[in-house]
Design a protein around this ligand. Structure first.
Ligand SMILES: NC(=O)c1ccc[n+]([C@@H]2O[C@H](COP(=O)([O-])OP(=O)(O)OC[C@H]3O[C@@H](n4cnc5c(N)ncnc54)[C@H](O)[C@@H]3O)[C@@H](O)[C@H]2O)c1
Length: 324
């Protein structure tokens, strides 16, 4: 049975731990956190061996989840790969492209599975969307919510927008040729909200709005394509498809009314825990029963776009022609 371990047991690591604990086809062989206080807390619920240094965990496992803070990802993942372990690292993999490329190179050379924890890919609604999206020309995405000071030092692009970039890149198979970006600080030292337009070679435009300073949480995407308007709610995992829309102005007794009619399809979506699906996919890839859902090339492309947008927002560059 595949032996797994966990490195970093904060907010995200605890979610991974819960899933590994319930999976039948893996053996959880140890959990590591740099903080003894964190280990003492999780030990009250989980009886796995604990380590404060991940190097001591490595001889006991075949694969690890790395959910330590992003600034440590490169060093930890590199050592894990060099020790011959498969790695599922939380997103973002790194905060620069060269490091991400280096990690994928090591994984390829050693024939190891290296996945990034883009959990929204495994959202049931996103999986369905991939089947029905057909040359979309306008993609609108909105990922907003209230302020949490714990994330004030994180980039909203690498923390939030990267999910949307990842989904869009895997739907639109063309180069990005122009980016327009605006955003600003509200409570923190980095932009707290951003509105970004991404123009692809061909006829697709994607508009992404992210904010951590909006009083209502929304996680939605909509797609306009030739014969359909599709709306997706990440939280409820619902998809609606509007087709055959007709609109007309109709004279009533006294007033002119606008009437819009359409056929609405509510799609049946298999709703499971997306993180569970992500971890199962990681294990299936290690066992060789499936191929990775997203190519390494697309992983790097998403990161490259995210880093470009982040840089534009920080430097206040409003628009730039690119080829990514
Ligand atoms: N996929 C998602 O939607 C999602 C959501 C939130 C966070 N994340 C990512 O998950 C990662 C962790 O974020 P978090 O919010 O759980 O952070 P966190 O601060 O809550 O937890 C990080 C944990 O790692 C431990 N740690 C630090 N250095 C370590 C080391 N060298 N070895 C072992 N443990 C170490 C810390 O003690 C802490 O317990 C980040 O990369 C973040 O971007 C992903």
């Amino acid at each position: 049975m595949l032996k797994v371990g966990l490195i970093g047991i904060g907010k995200m690591g605890k979610y991974h731990l819960n899933i590994y604990d319930e999976l039948q086809n893996v053996q959880m062989n140890g959990m590591c956190d740099a903080s003894q206080a964190v280990l003492d807390e999780v030990k009250t619920r989980f009886r796995y061996e604990t380590f404060t240094d991940f190097r001591d965990l490595l001889p006991k496992v075949d694969a690890v989840t790395v959910a330590a803070p992003t600034k440590y990802h490169f060093d930890i993942v590199k050592e894990c790969l060099e020790a011959g372990k498969h790695v599922l690292v939380e997103k973002p993999i790194t905060t620069n492209l060269e490091e991400a490329q280096k990690l994928f190179e090591i994984a390829a050379k050693k024939n190891l599975v290296l996945h990034i924890g883009h959990v929204e890919r495994f959202n049931g609604a996103v999986q369905e969307l991939r089947k029905i999206a057909d040359n979309p020309y306008l993609i609108e995405s909105r990922r907003v919510g209230p302020f949490n000071p714990n994330f004030a030092k994180d980039s909203i692009v690498l923390d939030l927008m990267i999910h949307d970039i990842d989904i869009i890149v895997n739907m639109v198979h063309a180069d990005v040729i122009e980016i327009q970006a605006s955003g600003s600080k509200v409570y923190s030292e980095l932009p707290d909200y951003a509105a970004v337009n991404i123009r692809f070679d061909g006829s697709t435009t994607a508009q992404i709005v992210v904010s951590r300073v909006t009083q209502k949480k929304d996680r939605i995407m909509s797609i306009s394509q030739k014969d359909a308007f599709i709306t997706l709610d990440y939280t409820s995992q619902d998809i609606n498809i509007y087709r055959n829309a007709q609109s007309q102005h109709v004279f009533g007794n006294k007033e002119l009314h606008y009437r819009n009619e359409y056929i609405l399809e509510r799609l049946f979506v298999y709703k499971d825990n997306p993180l569970k699906q992500e971890i199962k996919h990681f294990i299936d890839c290690i066992n060789g029963t499936v191929n990775r859902v997203v190519t390494v090339e697309h992983e790097l492309k998403s990161l490259k776009i995210a880093l470009k947008i982040d840089d534009m927002l920080i430097k206040g560059i409003g628009a730039e022609e690119v080829r990514i």
